[in-house]
Design a protein around this ligand. Structure first.
Ligand SMILES: NC(=O)c1ccc[n+]([C@@H]2O[C@H](COP(=O)([O-])OP(=O)(O)OC[C@H]3O[C@@H](n4cnc5c(N)ncnc54)[C@H](OP(=O)(O)O)[C@@H]3O)[C@@H](O)[C@H]2O)c1
Length: 336
């Protein structure tokens, strides 16, 4: 096969969804790296990670090539970013994510893949969804505007998965992870999400002895965050055990305001300066917390990592990176 990176594992037992070749698109990314590690630890013997420099999945022929010979496909590849990135790139976020998902699933079906795991996003939920977000409310409104092109493009994978199950008996499942965080996250200020953006900014302020840090919005929005290793476990367990057509939230089931998050990160970093809120910048979706009961009942997933422990590990990882001392630390944090 035309390969990107192929990884094999030591002996070990694995669930039904992990036998044969498992293709993990986006398997070299932040979440994907942890998913591949989880699969390896679980005993998956033939894991193929197509990288975008050789297989651009916006292109149909690349989709055909990567699913050739696959038993299971876990589709994590996506064009992603924070609120600023989303505002600047709505067209390509929509097109690339839609085309990657639609064509990959179609090629997987044509080539007889036995399980397709589609990974969506909490950004698919309507802007105003009763909290906690329940999967049954997914279609009750339009997403928050800056997230919509990305969120809706990924949401079409749910429609496709259900339609293909109905018409072709194709075994596709659809998961909706909440905002993730952890070591290895994207800390590029042009496209990072809220936690890395804040850590980078606050750590830089501490290094520079700045007496204040500016943060987008007014701090009132709330978010739920899931540690990346927990998300990888959820995806692995769903791949092994879940066969349903209904969408499943993947989250930690707890909510924190951006204001509290900023203070927690400041405390962990030891930054004692002032936080200056910029209410002229968007807050993003007002509140986010998922109902996580379906994941627990359907495939036994429950997040394990305590939020402060996860944050501490993420900060420790970041300050060990050479880029942590980069003066680029600037751009304003986002709330995606
Ligand atoms: N991070 C979050 O908070 C979060 C929350 C909910 C859902 N998700 C979902 O989780 C998945 C992984 O996200 P992530 O945060 O791990 O993002 P990431 O680190 O940016 O990884 C995404 C991967 O997608 C691949 N990719 C992008 N464009 C591609 C293309 N045209 N062709 C082939 N591969 C392409 C990249 O592969 P290369 O490395 O080879 O370039 C990259 O490694 C995404 O589907 C995302 O929507 C993430």
């Amino acid at each position: 096969m035309k390969t990107g990176t192929r990884k094999s594992s030591p002996n070990g037992s694995h669930g039904a969804g992990l036998s044969g070749r498992v293709v993990v698109t986006g398997g070299g990314g932040f979440l994907g790296t942890q998913v591949v590690d989880w699969l390896r630890r679980r005993g998956a013997g033939d894991i193929f990670v197509p990288r975008s420099d050789r297989f651009d999945l916006v292109d149909r022929e690349s989709c055909r090539q990567v699913v050739e010979g696959a038993d299971t496909v876990i589709h994590l590849a996506a064009k992603v970013g924070g609120i600023g990135f989303n505002r600047e790139n709505p067209g390509s976020l929509f097109f690339d994510n839609l085309m990657m998902g639609a064509q990959l699933m179609e090629e997987a079906r044509l080539q007889g893949v036995t399980k397709f795991v589609a990974v969506g996003t909490v950004c698919a939920y309507p802007k105003f969804t009763p909290v906690p977000f329940h999967e049954d409310d997914l279609w009750n409104g339009y997403p928050e505007e800056t997230n919509a092109p990305y969120g809706l493009a990924k949401k079409m994978l749910l429609v496709q998965a259900q339609a293909y199950r109905q018409q072709y008996g194709f075994n596709a499942i659809y998961l909706l992870p909440v905002n993730l965080y952890g070591p290895g996250d994207n800390f590029d200020p042009r496209s990072s999400h809220v936690i890395p953006a804040l850590i980078r900014k606050i750590f830089a302020a501490k290094q520079n002895n700045d007496d204040q840090v500016e943060v987008w919005g007014d701090g009132s929005a709330s978010r739920e965050f899931l540690y990346v290793d927990d998300a990888a476990e959820a995806i692995g367990l769903a791949t092994e055990r879940f066969e349903g057509s209904e969408p499943v939230n993947i989250g930690a089931g707890r909510e924190i305001t951006i204001k509290d998050l900023v203070h927690t990160i400041s405390d962990l970093i030891g930054f004692e300066g002032q936080i200056r809120w910029d209410p002229t910048k968007p807050n993003g979706q007002p509140r986010r917390r998922l109902d996580v009961s379906r994941a627990e009942s359907a495939f036994g997933f429950k997040a394990r990592t305590d939020f402060e422990t996860g944050l501490r590990r993420t900060i420790e990882w970041w300050i060990a990176q050479p880029a942590a001392l980069d003066p680029l630390a600037g751009a304003a944090p986002t709330t995606r």
